[in-house]
Design a protein around this ligand. Structure first.
Ligand code: LLP
Length: 420
């Protein structure tokens, strides 16, 4: 029986060597996506930039990989910013996002000298202006706007609608207050705008609608304030394969029509084409990761279903419980065996909702088998918790048959380390 091979590594051997649950992440695949960004976007369009949205998966190794490929970074908290600095990430390539940045985070962003602060509300704008002025600096900013387009994804990851906690509504009264204020401030330099319409989008429809909306905004602020938009950040959101016939689209599927639409709209409105920046997260790392578990139990409920229990679940992957996310899996010990048994894969938490995959056809899993769950590179490690005092998994990086420990497994001692 053939074992599952991932990036040239035997998954069963990895589980044996490093233990389970285990995040296995392919450095080669991540570099592949980062190079696609370089070749098909940065290399094809002048005056562009790209950021990796590091909330998807942030570790020191991942930060170093991203930096070495010449891509910038989106961070959303003091913690992410701190780690970026520890990894030696060039700060001028860091964009600081967030809808509720604390005063301390805003000061930190100014002190670290991040490339851009993406401002989401007036309080933040004023705090940033004060912090930058006090340090004798001028912070370059974009305003995050809510383009008011609906995206067809889970409500919790749809971010560009009018009724959203993110972004500045484009109602003229609100927008004028922001743009007018920023243009009169000494401590900030307004460069342009940012939008992010949602996540796990497999169609470019909402992105294109949003382009139309921000082009009107650019024309209006030019007419009203003489302000020419110098930079436009189109967010991320490009989807990946989780199950069935979902397929990740090439980057060009999103960026080419957006660039065409933007160029045409700018030409029509007599606007200078701004510097364009994109910031995908999931698309870069999602498919590059799998999680290995050990099957610990099997329970048949006659005429109902068969459950198998694994040694992880909700704490290392909250996405099925949070978003109803659907994953594919394989018994790594018998990857090529017929999938002749339908089972439900349960996590080990004291929580009925801790079900990783419902009714999936697998290769007759038995206790002791290694189960691989696919596409766990994005928003698994970064959203992991210690519910039920489960130590968070280790992470191994692979590269065409090579592998190395990148994040060690949490220990029981780690679990109580902060407690006084
Ligand atoms: N830029 C901004 C401003 C964002 O808010 C996000 C994601 C991204 C970029 C990257 O989006 P991506 O390319 O990864 O779709 N935890 C959820 C996803 C939340 C996404 C939040 N913002 C999940 O597990 O599906």
């Amino acid at each position: 029986m053939a074992h599952l091979s991932f990036d040239g590594c035997d998954a069963v051997a990895l589980a044996k060597e490093y233990g389970t649950p285990l995040y296995v992440v392919s450095e080669r695949m991540i570099r592949g996506r980062l190079r696609e960004i370089r070749d098909d976007f940065l290399g094809r369009y002048p005056n562009t930039g790209a950021l990796y949205a590091s909330k998807a998966l942030q570790t020191l190794d991942i930060l170093r990989i991203v930096a070495s490929e010449g891509v910038g970074l989106d961070v959303v908290s003091g913690g992410e910013l701190f780690a970026a600095s520890k990894a030696g990430f060039p700060m001028d390539r860091v964009y600081f996002h967030g809808n509720s940045k604390t005063d301390a985070e805003i000061r930190m962003a100014v002190e670290y000298g991040v490339g851009r602060v993406v401002v989401d509300n007036l309080h933040e704008l004023e705090t940033l202006n004060r912090a930058a002025t006090a340090l004798g600096r001028r912070a370059k900013i974009l305003f995050r706007v809510a383009p008011g387009v609906d995206s067809h994804t889970h409500e919790y990851i749809s971010t560009g609608r009018l009724d959203s906690k993110f972004g500045i509504p484009l109602d003229r009264r609100v927008r004028d207050a922001y743009v007018g204020a920023a243009l009169g401030m000494e401590g900030v330099e307004l460069l342009g705008f940012h939008f992010h319409v949602g996540s796990q989008l497999l169609s470019n429809e909402s992105h294109l609608k949003a382009i139309g909306v921000v082009c009107s905004l650019m024309a209006e602020v030019k007419a009203d304030y003489g302000f020419e938009t110098a930079e436009l950040n189109l967010g991320g959101g490009y989807g990946v394969h989780y199950h069935g016939d979902e397929r990740a689209k090439p980057l060009s599927y999103f960026v080419d029509p957006m660039m065409a639409e933007l160029s045409a709209a700018c030409a029509a409105a007599n606007l200078r084409l701004p510097r364009v920046v994109v910031e995908p997260g999931r698309w870069v790392v999602g498919e590059a990761g799998i999680t290995l578990y050990t099957v610990g139990s099997k329970k048949a409920i006659p005429d109902v279903k068969t459950y198998i229990g694994v040694d992880g679940g909700l704490p290392d992957n909250p996405r099925p419980a949070l978003y109803g996310a659907v994953y594919e899996a394989s018994v790594a010990d018998r990857h090529d065996a017929p999938r002749d048994e339908v089972v439900t894969v349960a996590g080990k938490c004291c929580e009925s909702g801790d079900i990783l995959i419902r009714d999936v056809a697998l290769q007759s899993p038995e206790p002791g088998d290694v189960l691989a769950v696919f596409t766990t590179g994005a928003y698994n490690h970064s959203m992991a918790s210690n519910y039920n005092r489960l130590p968070r998994p280790a992470m191994v990086l692979t590269d065409s048959g090579e592998h190395r420990l990148s994040v060690r497994r949490e220990t029981f001692e780690d679990l109580i380390a902060r407690e006084l």
